[in-house]
Design a protein around this ligand. Structure first.
Ligand SMILES: [Zn+2]
Ligand SMILES: [Zn+2]
Length: 315
């Protein structure tokens, strides 16, 4: 099969909760942004999904944002309803297990958002013990991603979970409620999909950790065996072939310059810098995770994280 990265937005609201978008307007705006798919995640309701049934071009996955006093949790494509109203810090593992049993997947929304009173319950205070049941985490959320210190905190939490052996996909969540100027237009999550995109394949890409988070620049990479984000590599001398692409960004936001300057390879041992180019050579350890990042400048900011890929792993 032919694998391709598709630009998607995985956190969207409409007038069915507190968004300003009607469902139609959300769909048309997503298409204007050259997105291939969205997760529809209104607060505590899925009532907007019915109105998406006639949409043929944009792929739409049914989801809900559990909006509680203890955190916001994205629940995607459950076979049947799971009641969110009794979710509290000490039973969250059971609630998540219930979602998994109904073939849904779970993501942590904006884990370090300022909570009450700025945004009720927006800070993640649920006490998850079974992180193996969490599929993804918003490493970058709203605002101008990559420059927000709350986002860098989320990245640190995510790295520590990877080091503990959990496989969690990174995502970018626009937390899209309305047109806002302060969110970069070309920022999105790319999903790696076999053949044509479908709602089922979007869910699978997140579940399998085939994601790429970007503020506009696209990056793809593979080793000599064609392996990439989400795959298991051989340990030892590794050459990554890397390519970047700004075409979608230039179409959407030609006024914002993005300049790639270096790669950073993260693992349980920390972060190592490499010069920007079309290859990166390093020695991969056994039983390790590696997440490739691209750093550079944009929007008048130097030394900024531009793009990061879901990890690949070694045996
Ligand atoms: Zn939220
Ligand atoms: Zn939200």
């Amino acid at each position: 099969m032919n694998k391709k990265w598709y630009p998607c937005e995985l956190h969207c609201h409409t007038v069915h909760s507190d968004g300003d978008f009607t469902v139609e307007r959300l769909i048309s705006t997503a298409k204007e942004r050259k997105l291939s798919g969205i997760f529809l995640t209104d607060h505590n309701t899925m009532s907007g999904y019915e109105q998406t049934q006639n949409e043929k071009e944009l792929c739409i996955v049914k989801g809900i944002e559990w909006t509680t006093y203890f955190g916001h949790m994205l629940v995607i494509d459950c076979d049947s309803y799971v009641d969110w109203r009794d979710a509290v810090p000490d039973n969250i593992d059971e609630k998540i297990a219930d979602v998994k049993e109904k073939r849904g997947i779970v993501g942590i929304a904006h884990p370090f958002q300022l909570g009450t009173p700025v945004c009720t319950g927006g800070h993640w205070d649920f006490r998850v013990k079974k992180w193996e049941n969490v599929s993804y985490m918003e490493i970058f959320s709203e605002g101008s991603p990559y420059i927000n210190t709350l986002n860098l905190k989320a990245r640190r939490l995510w790295h520590s979970l990877l080091t503990q052996g959990y496989r969690i996909a990174p995502t970018m969540g626009r937390d899209w409620h309305r047109e806002t100027k302060n969110i970069y237009k070309s920022a999105c999550t790319y999903l790696l999909i076999d053949g044509e995109i479908t709602a089922g394949k979007m869910k699978k890409a997140v579940e399998e950790g085939r994601t790429l988070v970007t503020n506009g620049i696209f990056m793809s990479f593979n080793d000599k065996n064609g392996k990439t984000a989400g795959d298991t590599f051989e340990a030892g001398e590794t050459v990554l072939r890397i390519s970047t692409d700004l075409s979608r960004h230039r179409e959407l936001e030609p006024e914002r310059e993005i300049r790639a300057e270096k790669f950073v390879l993260c693992s349980s041992e920390g972060e190592r810098e490499y010069p920007f180019g079309d290859t990166l050579t390093f020695t991969a350890k056994e039983n390790e995770w590696y997440s490739l990042e691209l750093w550079g400048s944009t929007d008048g900011r130097e030394n900024t994280l531009l793009c990061l890929a879901a990890p690949f792993y070694t045996k």
